[in-house]
Design a binder for this molecule. Sequence first.
Ligand code: BEZ
Ligand code: FE
Length: 257
Amino acid sequence: MTDQRVVDLFDEFMELTRDFIIRHGLQYEDYAAVTQYLIRVSDAGEWPLWMDNFLEATVDTTSYGDGPWTPSAIEGPYYKPGAPLLSQQPYTLPMRPDEAGDKMLFKATVHSPAGEPVSTAVIDVWHATDKGLYSFIDVGMPDDYILRARIPVDDDGSTEFRSIRPAPYEIPKNGPTGHLLNSVLGRHTWRPAHLHFRITAEGYKPLVTQLYFEGDPYLDSDCAEGVKQGLVIPLSKTEIDGDSWTHGEFAFVLQPQ
Ligand code: BEZ
Ligand code: FE
């Protein structure tokens, strides 16, 4: 059966594209270059990366909606469902033995817009290593939930977890997405360091968001244009058992369903 919405969207998309071709007088050599580029993106398996880098930030603005809750942010292509639900405190993200990087303590609270704790919330968190690599994704990283976990919250909506501080992340620079950014557009392939969150709780819309760190050199030039005001946090130092730890915190507010 035909889905009329899909038909209408396709027709409008084609009309816009044809208008674009005519307006710019595009020629067969342009058409061939675009065709070859699209094939290269397919052959490299980079469509999820390409879409999330160039378009997801716009879809994000039309999807979650602004209100008295935490802004959403792009999910990116590297979320893996099924991360372990941590049950033993102190909650510590799975790491490789001797995982390099500044030890980081992250404290979070989850509330409704009215300030009620959301004690059923589960915080799915994932982030890169201190070399900017993701488990499952990057060469040399294990196909395992390293630096990925689901964290429960207490009755008062609070929780905390331990991990290491992630470094800025460089998207693959040798494929067609990186080539477009670096060599064609004169941009770069870096995202500021970030923590990814997917927070779910009964009665609330799932909140997919990210937090960035003040002072990061890529905050104003994120290649995926995912940085939003209100999602950049300061980091401080705290002491645990005589060691110096990086400390971050955030009060998440969920949007009621
Ligand atoms: C990320 O957040 O990890 C990401 C987002 C867009 C493209 C690539 C990576
Ligand atoms: Fe990321």
